[in-house]
Write a protein of this length. Structure first.
Lengths: 505, 195
């Protein structure tokens, strides 16, 4: 029996590219990938006709970086330069971080580059700059002082090391002498030359080279996303037929096939094409199913051929049936959660928390959602002490073999989550027998990521992990959105937890 | 002096080894800017900051804590603001009480920030706090009134028992439940006989 497979394109990946509008309102930022016409025309040099063309162009495909506006004939270079150096406003009370730019404009893999923060100084003077970069090969958190020359120029540059190709998430903050702050986040790209494909397990981190083969409706599913990068100044295309091969742990081929994309995949100069997905389903009786069922890994290889040169563009991922706990999300005071926040909470667990666990061959298994209405929850709608959090988990239990994770919208004090360490296997046991996490899924740029991090951190405690002071470790007591590291020892502790964690295959 | 740590994480599940680099100057040497970042890092702890650590905050750091409490963070939304409000309550920073009271009464701010501000004021206590809570019960939103009822359980007088019991009867949502619990707590605290 053979697996079923297939691919397609959606537009989930969309970078944020912001400019500062020419308006008396301080720091009105306009993202060219999402802004309405009325906001686009606030940008210097952009009139209604250009705004209309930008809207039409981004409907076809989002802009990947500012240079895309020139490459696609929408703006002359001079206008873009003016946008980048948008007239400095009078020095205001608070600093304004206008943009983050790369030098050179296009960053190539294995080549050092710089990231520049362009800012407007404040009356008290910008004193500190913080740059956080998450790329395929680097996790940087750099805090540096800003000197008088940099303040005068309004530019703070960070020289960065050579990186591997792929997307990079960039966050920048500046702080002035009065303790004021401004912040910008954006997505950058490290290009590859020649054309390049990067596959990653769906909804997970692109850093991962492995995926969780999930047993769903009796079959194993191996789902991936990918992007195509053209890091050259010339257009190219990949032939419409892509081949794929599935190999067992010993490297022997067990399945193979082709997929027709319906036409060549064209890549403009310096283009990143995103939103591709390719999924496999291995039914019982197929060789792939048998390997995964036997707790052996499989490798899936994809191979495109570049038209003209005939060069192969390949990538591969390994897949295993892996370990993990099922989790019950229990929304406390359900009516208070907006639809967006409910989705955000689910994605925080399914995407962010699971991605961290994936790095140790773990995953979040089945997520079931339960609700406690405002009337049912009574005083638990807001958690006002750790004792109350403990009582909440004692008073409410879902009778199944999954960890109960109570999501509250308000946990007062400086606390945002709590879990026993380790958690009990008997959910009817006295004392705290579930995890409580405060949701920030509807707040701030990183709300979903932060909530997911808190969820993973508290689940880590439930599965026996103590705090550690190790930098960027998930179990560091002070966590940010870059705390994604789990050591092998931590992974083993969780995998060997005596209950809830099961082999998902 | 800048402290720089570098390590490389090699994990078979990562496509490439990942270099983790953290670079920090001595933040406490960098005035209000450094103090703010230092306090932000401290407030990012999911299980909260111990009171003894918060009580050690002085000068620029204490001022940064107040500043963070006063407005939503451009990067992390209400997370840091809420944590700062909670921290100010923990250390009973009465100098911040006016700013916190304004937040507690501002209908424009996030419901959770308002509720946290009320909880923070209750934690601080002090002159006028009880009267403030009575005002909130009179005119606030449900979440605010619930927090104010909880505050009265700690700060209230005999006269407030009846008010809380009336709230418990009149309100059929979580406010009523909380007010009922608060009435019981206050009764016990004041050694009053059952109703």
């Amino acid at each position: 029996m053979e697996p079923t497979s297939g691919g397609g394109v959606d537009q989930r990946f969309q970078p944020t590219i912001t400019f500062v509008a020419d308006t008396p309102l301080r720091a009105k930022r306009v993202d060219i990938n999402t802004a309405a016409t009325r906001d686009l025309v606030l940008l210097p040099g952009i009139g209604p006709a250009t705004a209309k063309r930008i809207l039409a162009a981004r409907r076809r495909r989002p802009f990947i970086d500012p240079g895309d506006l020139i490459a696609r004939g929408l703006l002359p270079t001079t206008v873009l330069e003016n946008l980048r150096r948008a007239a400095r406003t009078e020095t205001s009370e608070e600093p304004v971080l206008r943009s983050i730019e790369t030098a050179p404009d296009r960053v190539l893999y294995h080549k050092p580059f710089a990231l520049e923060m362009h800012f407007d100084d404040s009356r008290s003077g910008v004193r500190l700059a913080r740059l956080q970069v998450e790329s395929m090969s680097h996790s940087l958190d750099l805090v540096r002082e800003v000197d008088a020359t940099e303040r005068e120029k309004g530019v703070k540059a960070f020289e960065l090391p050579a990186m591997e190709a792929g997307a990079m998430n960039i966050e920048a903050s500046i702080y002035d002498n009065a303790g004021n702050k401004d912040y910008v986040s954006t997505t950058g790209m490290v290009y590859h030359n020649p054309a390049f494909a990067i596959f990653w397990p769906s909804e997970r981190s692109a850093r991962l080279s492995n995926g969780a083969a999930l047993l769903r409706s009796g079959s194993f599913e191996c789902n991936s996303n990918f992007l195509l990068l053209n890091g050259t100044g010339t257009a190219t295309s990949l032939n419409r037929n892509m081949t794929w091969t599935v190999r067992n742990q010993s490297g022997a081929q067990i399945h193979a096939g082709t997929w027709d994309w319906g036409g060549p995949l064209t890549l403009s100069p310096w283009q990143v094409r995103t939103g591709f997905w390719f999924n496999f389903t291995f039914p019982p009786g197929s060789a792939g199913f048998n390997e995964l069922q036997a707790k052996r890994q499989i490798t899936i290889e994809w191979r495109f051929i570049e038209a003209g040169t005939g060069a192969a563009v390949t990538d591969s991922l390994t897949w295993r049936g892996i370990f993990g706990p099922d989790v019950n999300i229990i929304r406390v005071g359900n009516e208070n959660f907006s639809a967006a926040e409910r989705t955000g909470v689910f994605n925080a667990l399914r995407t962010q928390a699971a991605s961290i666990f994936n790095s140790q061959d773990m995953d979040i298994g089945t997520i079931r959602t339960y609700i406690i209405s405002v009337a049912q929850a009574g005083g638990y709608v807001t958690i006002n002490s750790n004792g109350e959090a403990e009582d909440l988990t004692e008073d409410w239990t879902v009778q199944n073999d999954a960890i109960d994770m109570f999501i509250v919208r308000l946990y007062t004090g400086s606390v945002a989550g709590l879990s026993p360490r380790p958690g009990p296997c008997d959910k009817d046991a006295k004392g705290m027998n579930g995890v409580v996490v405060e949701s920030f899924a509807d707040s701030g740029t990183n709300g979903v990521a932060t909530t997911g991090m808190f969820m993973a951190h508290e689940l880590g405690h439930y599965l026996g992990l103590p705090h550690t002071n190790s930098t960027n470790n998930l179990m560091n007591p002070a966590i940010g959105t870059a705390n994604t590291v789990l050591t092998n020892a931590q992974g083993n502790t969780m995998k060997n937890f005596p209950c809830f964690v099961r082999f998902m295959g | 002096m800048t402290e720089r740590t570098e390590k490389v994480i090699k994990n078979r599940n990562y496509r490439y080894p990942v270099s983790v680099v953290v670079e920090r100057p001595d933040l406490l040497e960098l005035g209000e800017a450094g103090a703010r970042l230092s306090v932000e890092l401290m407030l990012s702890a999911p299980e909260g900051v111990p009171s003894r650590k918060l009580r050690r905050l002085r000068g620029a750091e204490r001022s940064a804590l107040r500043k963070i409490a006063a407005e939503e963070d451009p990067a992390r939304g209400i997370l840091l603001q809420k944590a700062a409000l909670g921290a100010l309550g923990q250390v009973k920073d009465h100098a911040a009480s006016l700013v916190i009271a304004r937040l507690a009464q501002n209908p424009e701010v996030d419901t959770r920030v308002r509720a946290e501000a009320i909880a923070s004021l209750a934690e601080m206590g002090g002159e006028g706090t009880r009267e403030f809570m009575l005002d909130v019960i009179e005119s606030g939103q449900p979440e605010d009134r619930a927090q104010a009822a909880l505050a009265l359980a700690r700060l209230g007088t005999v006269a407030d028992v009846g008010l809380l019991e009336a709230m418990a009867e009149a309100e059929d949502t979580f406010v009523g439940t909380i007010a009922g619990g608060a009435a019981t707590t206050l009764r016990e605290k004041l050694h009053l006989e059952g109703s």
